[in-house]
Design a protein around this ligand. Structure first.
Ligand code: NAP
Length: 255
């Protein structure tokens, strides 16, 4: 194995990716599997399409059905994955929702749904996995999917902005506590990507044009654009990276 292969290989590793049935979670699953990891994809519906894409790159994938809006999902996921593998090496906290509404009209119910999934679940799933890593003293990798709205205010998505701004802080906070256990906690902040998350935006001609004209790369991102950063942060190549969030945004933040 060359030095480059050694640095980036995920051979023999096991990864959990939440929200693996579609969009960026699907892209991340394909990338980690292509690099050699066995991926456990958590989703509330079938991951058949992801399985097909993973198989197409010669990787392996197991679906774990769980609704992450319910905190009891954590024990279920850990139990199911642990029954099929000795060890979890990588956790990608990707599942997330967005609710578009003027701040003045946001309901408590919608607020709680976004914060519970995008923030509370990320923390407690990370905690559950990190407990095992601290116990077995072998370390691990956590990748939190942040957003441009970890840095900016956004328009008509106050609960989402709150959750994603929180996650970039959480990424730093967990890195501060867990780096000494050889646990790397880092984030990826995708820019404007063509997935279900942005369907509404892309269907709104004026918003879509505004966004596109502000992206230096002059195109929406794709799940494939996540491949490089995901493999990097899941592999030994990022061994001395702790608490940092990498933007994959076609230059949006550089403007
Ligand atoms: P997406 O296609 O809507 O994917 C979101 C994923 O989360 C889906 O797999 C979804 O499952 C899952 N999910 C939602 N609620 C769930 C629940 N209660 N239990 C289990 N899974 C649940 O959008 P995406 O763009 O790929 O989003 C992935 C992550 O990237 C999110 O955290 C998002 O905030 C973040 N992000 C996206 C963009 C962008 O421009 N697209 C930019 C920055 C950050 P279902 O298919 O069942 O809903």
């Amino acid at each position: 194995m060359s030095l480059v292969q050694k640095l980036f290989s995920l051979e023999g590793k096991t990864a959990i990716v939440t929200g693996a049935n579609t969009g960026l979670g699907q892209g991340i699953s394909v990338a980690l599997a292509a690099a050699g990891a066995h991926v456990f994809g958590v989703a509330r519906r079938s991951c058949a399409e992801t399985l097909e894409k993973v198989n197409a790159v010669g990787g392996t994938f197991t679906e774990v059905i769980a609704d992450l809006s319910d905190m009891s999902a954590i024990d279920k996921i850990i139990a199911e994955v642990s029954s099929k593998t000795e060890r979890i090496d990588i956790l990608v906290n990707n599942a997330g929702i967005i609710k578009r509404e003027d701040a003045i009209n946001v309901t408590v119910e919608d607020w709680d749904q976004v914060i519970n999934l995008n923030q509370k679940m990320v923390f407690f799933l990370s905690q559950a996995v990190a407990k095992r890593w601290i116990e077995d003293q072998k370390g691990g990798k956590i990748i939190n999917i942040c957003s441009m709205l970890s840095y900016q205010g956004g328009i008509r998505v106050p609960s989402y902005t709150t959750s994603k701004s929180g996650i970039i802080g959480l990424t730093r906070a967990l890195a501060n506590e867990w780096a000494k256990y050889n646990i790397n906690v880092n984030g990826i902040a995708p820019g404007y990507m063509a997935t279900n998350n942005t369907t509404q935006l892309r269907n709104d001609a004026s918003r879509s044009e505004d966004i596109l004209s502000r992206i230096p790369a002059a195109r929406w991102g794709t799940p494939e654009d996540m491949y490089g950063a995901a493999i990097f942060l899941a592999s030994d190549a990022s061994a001395y990276m702790n608490g940092f969030t990498v933007a994959v945004d076609g230059g949006w933040l550089a403007r």
